[in-house]
Design a protein around this ligand. Structure first.
Ligand code: ATR
Length: 284
């Protein structure tokens, strides 16, 4: 029996058990996937259990994505770039001293979602506007850099955080140009945008941005949100009303789960309509 987990604190909001147990049933695997609640003070205790061989690996969610990365033996290139990990697995698991790898699949999930829902979105990608400079924005910036986006504009309520993020990424050897500014200056950058990504928590429970003039975006601009509760956030609804292409955030959640499942259980799972419907109905 192979066992995997999602670790967080609190953990009851996580959709990961629904996703992975759907696949365990679909592929009829002798496996389990469970939610584990450990707070910051008990992370090292959990790591001992993990290294004992109880689990083949698992997911990590808030608030542990950064701390757990420090406790891994190695980080995947994506996890290094993003500075956080959401997926754990072992290399050489048959040997006594298996190596604990911390990976990050958020970037993969974000890109897969757009590749599926908006084919060709990254062709000749000149300018992206990223709203927010918190933990969630890092995977999005890394993803845009990977797709050779020429200019990435980070807009945040708190300018200092956007500037810090710009400095962190700029210190790496990247070809993308990064700019940082306050959210209020959106109109200055909007006319040049090929893609607008919301990585802030605005949108959750139908909250909306004040004074974000989406009508300044060009008609070819793709608007996407990593918030998926609701599926169509007020930002996406407003963009849709202006005739812009929009992609919701649920696909990112579903696709980020794929690489971990494959590592732990040896089956590459499909994001199919039944899974999407299952998660959508759990949101209501
Ligand atoms: P996460 O790890 O999910 O990204 P976070 O690190 O707390 O969460 O970041 C939340 C992001 O949403 C930040 O960019 C935050 O802006 P600040 O850096 O100014 O705090 C942004 N955010 C949250 N509430 C906001 C609001 N009411 N208006 C504008 N930005 C908001």
């Amino acid at each position: 029996m192979k066992k995997a987990f999602v670790l967080g604190h609190p953990i009851n909001h996580s959709k990961s058990p629904l996703i992975h147990n759907y696949w365990i049933n679909k592929y009829q695997l002798n496996a389990t996937y469970e939610a584990l609640d450990y707070d910051e003070q008990h992370l090292t205790e959990f790591l001992e259990i993990l290294r004992d061989g109880t689990f083949v690996g698992g997911n990590v969610t808030l608030p542990h994505k950064i701390e757990i990365a420090k406790l891994c033996d190695e980080l995947s290139p994506d996890a290094k770039l993003i500075g956080a990990t959401n997926t754990l697995y072992f290399q050489n698991s048959a040997q006594k001293h298996a190596v604990l790898i911390g990976a990050n699949t958020d970037m993969f999930g974000f890109l897969k979602n757009l590749d599926r829902e908006s084919v060709g979105w990254d062709e000749n990608l000149q300018t992206a506007i990223v709203l927010g400079a918190g933990g969630a924005s890092r995977a999005i910036i890394a993803a845009l850099i990977q797709r050779s986006c020429k200019n990435i504009v980070l807009l945040n309520r708190t300018l200092g955080k956007a500037k810090n993020l710009r400095s962190e990424f700029s210190s790496l050897q990247i070809t993308s140009k990064l700019q940082a500014d306050i959210l209020e200056n959106f109109a200055k950058y909007a006319p040049g945008a090929d893609i607008l990504v919301n990585t802030t928590s605005i949108g959750m429970n139908n909250t909306h941005f004040d004074n974000l003039p989406l009508n300044k975006l060009p008609s070819k601009c793709l608007v996407t949100d990593i918030v998926y509760t609701p599926l169509i956030t007020p930002l996406l609804r407003d963009a849709e009303e202006l005739g812009l292409n929009v992609v919701g955030g649920l696909g990112m959640l579903l696709h980020q789960a794929v690489p971990g499942f494959e590592k732990w259980f040896g089956v590459r799972p499909q994001v199919d309509d039944s899974l999407t419907n299952l998660i959508v109905s759990s949101l209501n």
